[in-house]
Design a protein around this ligand. Sequence first.
Ligand SMILES: *[C@@H]1O[C@H](CO)[C@@H](O)[C@H](O)[C@H]1NC(C)=O
Ligand SMILES: *[C@@H]1O[C@H](CO)[C@@H](O)[C@H](O)[C@H]1NC(C)=O
Ligand SMILES: *[C@@H]1O[C@H](CO)[C@@H](O)[C@H](O)[C@H]1NC(C)=O
Length: 318
Amino acid sequence: MKSSTSATAIFLFSLVGPAISATYPISDTVIGSAFYSAFNFQAIGDPTHGRVNYVNQATAQSQNLTFASSDSFILRADFKTTLSASGPGRNSVRIRSNKVYTTHVAVFNIRHMPQGCGTWPAVWETNESNWPNGGEIDILEGVNDQGPNAATLHTGSGCTMPSSRAQTGTSGQLDCNAAVNGNTGCGVRLNSAQSYGPTFNNNGGGWYVVERNNNFIKVWFWARNDGSVPSDVKNGASSVNTDAWRTPDAFFPNTNCNIAQHFNQHNIIINLTLCGDWAGSVYPGSSGCPSTCVDYVNRNPSGFVNAFFDIASLRVYS
Ligand SMILES: *[C@@H]1O[C@H](CO)[C@@H](O)[C@H](O)[C@H]1NC(C)=O
Ligand SMILES: *[C@@H]1O[C@H](CO)[C@@H](O)[C@H](O)[C@H]1NC(C)=O
Ligand SMILES: *[C@@H]1O[C@H](CO)[C@@H](O)[C@H](O)[C@H]1NC(C)=O
């Protein structure tokens, strides 16, 4: 009896031990019109004071600001209307997942991201009702076509990152506390020029992946033509094994940050604002961007023809 029990235990350990370390089964596949059921539209005032007017789903669909096909979901800002300086901002879209996640891997297969002067797109995760104490993970975010991408955490106080980490990107501020230095957060700038904006788009985009568990948060980017994209990422497999992948672009370990404490259940949010606290404040220094940010947005609808996401798929593993 005794020997057979321990043999069973050893067998179970060897079977289950490696699997729980890094293999995640799929929980959500979101492609095309599935975005309409997996996400809700947030027709809210932009908390970051952008020159946008976030619209509801009916308006987005009737104005073709969102568009779904069998293998694509488009989300964009209006590119047809000249705005009155005294009226509302340019119509745009902000969507938030209905589901919330803690430990998970999210794989975003993105063909095109919003580009153009004044644009400030973001793919991120947070708990809006408990910000910043519930944490924020910015996966893909930037302004005015200025790459490369930075992956950034924002938290309450008491979450810092070590200066030396196993990542390919370059660390910025190490304190994630949103109250420090005007909500700069702890960011890691990616090395790949193809990770953001026009360069990302000219290359057909690629895959952004976030892995979050209680030990760490990791972000990877693989450009479309990268020969080393893991097959489970590339093929939308039914499970992913993150331990088999290369060193991440950004690595946020729990060394001096209790991740379970600083990060609540998160929604996934995709938003596109224009100007506002970040894109607007650095606009004068952005090469090739004329006039002032708000004036440019008001008068130049054609400047926003390429201000769209084309998302091939979102797969969440948890
Ligand atoms: C709506 O947008 C899609 C995607 O950009 C485009 O293919 C389609 O032609 C547009 N429809 C109209 C009526 O403009
Ligand atoms: C989206 O909204 C959140 C605040 O709710 C903000 O932190 C983020 O920067 C916004 N980004 C864009 C592109 O609107
Ligand atoms: C925020 O996180 C808390 C704790 O995990 C959770 O109870 C709450 O539902 C979350 N809020 C939202 C809007 O999901």
